[in-house]
Design a protein around this ligand. Structure first.
Ligand SMILES: Cc1cc2nc3c(=O)[nH]c(=O)nc-3n(C[C@H](O)[C@H](O)[C@H](O)COP(=O)(O)OP(=O)(O)OC[C@H]3O[C@@H](n4cnc5c(N)ncnc54)[C@H](O)[C@@H]3O)c2cc1C
Ligand code: SF4
Length: 338
């Protein structure tokens, strides 16, 4: 058990002041990831700043027609919020495909973005891991890498980002609002998470001392033609082997706009803009979806235990886009549990 200081922030200004004053300080929101990592001695904060009671718990429409989600809105409240169910059902489906009802009740919007990889070596402090201990090596490259990345890997790290919610946020081109003692800024979702490169210890482009205050959604939520397809070892309570968030704007059978992102395959939600663009103006059929999927997987690189993900990703893209085109999304019938 490590010793750490615990304090509660009264507002955002207080939170950023408290974090600026403590090297090794961390925010804690729902605690569903951070506490696990502390129990395993992976995270060893000297100070925990509890932000769970900050007034960042609203989902509200904003003047540009979009929606702003407070960083402390629990995942379950977000998925079942009437505005999200009606205007952004892709986001609701992705959230409900993740974790369990109890975890979703605790997990916050900001914490979901910042949850860390589930690579088993990252959790096992007896093994080398460049993400946990830079320069120590990557145990997964030559080890058990069935769950690992096939896109955007480096010779330092092949971990994947585990979030489902983030895959939908990538397709929606969300924006992340952050604040620090130095002021506020907005980060586009595409720029928020990083590829491992030679600094795999950095998951995101958040700077030291910054707090996520909100996630902003644009006005258009692709509410008619969407699907979130998650392929995993068990039907529930398991992380994705491959997931696809797909969204289309159709004019009859013609594709006016296509957006899709993959989860479980890279250090960040994986989009391929050229593949999306290739669908514009085409008929919404399996043949065209296969062509787009081939463009994506052409760039994949498998490791000894995960090459199966390449064909799985190709087929999952085709299926998710086909479901989106037909207006028959992959839906889990999940009732609200409180
Ligand atoms: C058994 C299990 C199964 C799971 N399955 C899935 C799954 O299938 N799909 C999925 O997507 N997720 C899954 N999760 C992960 C879960 O969604 C995350 O643990 C959760 O979203 C994290 O949110 P939190 O509020 O609890 O974060 P915390 O644990 O409180 O914090 C996580 C990190 O974010 C930082 N942080 C939190 N809020 C802020 C903020 N506002 N600003 C700056 N920093 C902040 C903390 O300092 C910490 O580093 C699973 C978790 C468990 C334990
Ligand atoms: S894949 Fe990344 S997280 Fe996993 S052992 Fe290698 S460096 Fe660590």
């Amino acid at each position: 058990m490590i010793n750490f200081e615990y304090m509660r922030a009264s507002d955002v200004a207080d939170a950023v002041q408290k974090i600026a004053g403590g090297a090794g300080a961390k925010f804690i929101a729902g605690g569903t990831n951070l506490i696990d990592l502390m129990k395993e001695n992976v995270e060893k904060p000297s100070r925990l700043i509890d932000i769970s009671r900050l007034p960042l718990d609203k989902v509200e429409e904003i003047p540009n027609g979009g929606v702003k989600i407070g960083a402390l809105v629990p995942n379950s409240d977000l998925a079942y919020h009437p505005l999200i169910e009606k205007r952004y059902p892709l986001l609701a489906s992705a959230i409900l495909a993740g974790a369990s009802a109890q975890l979703r009740n605790m997990a916050s919007t900001g914490g979901n973005l910042l949850q860390r990889t589930r690579c088993a070596y990252f959790y096992d402090v007896a093994t080398p891991c460049n993400k946990r201990e830079p320069g120590s090596g990557c145990s997964a490259i030559e080890g058990l890498n069935r769950m690992h990345a096939i896109f955007g890997t480096s010779d330092q790290c092949i971990a994947v980002h585990p979030s489902d919610m983030c895959v939908a946020l990538a397709v929606l081109d969300a924006k992340v609002h952050v604040a620090s003692a130095g002021g506020e800024r907005v980060i586009s979702f595409a720029e928020f998470h990083r590829l491992p490169g030679d600094e795999p210890q950095k998951d995101t482009n958040l700077k030291a001392g910054e707090i996520i205050t909100a996630v902003e959604l644009p006005a258009d939520g692709f509410a008619h033609n969407y699907s979130y397809l998650k392929i995993r070892d068990r039907l529930s309570y398991a992380f994705a082997l491959v997931s696809v968030a797909a969204a289309l704007v159709l004019d009859g059978d013609k594709i006016m706009e296509a957006c899709f992102a993959l989860g479980g395959v890279a250090h960040k939600p994986w989009r391929h803009r050229a593949a999306e663009e290739s669908l514009r103006g085409q008929a919404a059929n399996a043949e065209n979806f296969k062509r787009a999927a081939d463009l994506v997987v052409k760039e994949a690189k498998g490791f000894p235990h995960n090459t199966f993900k390449i064909d799985l990703a190709r087929r999952a893209i085709v299926r998710a886009l086909s479901q989106a085109a037909r207006g028959t999304p992959q839906i889990q019938a999940i009732k609200k549990v409180r």
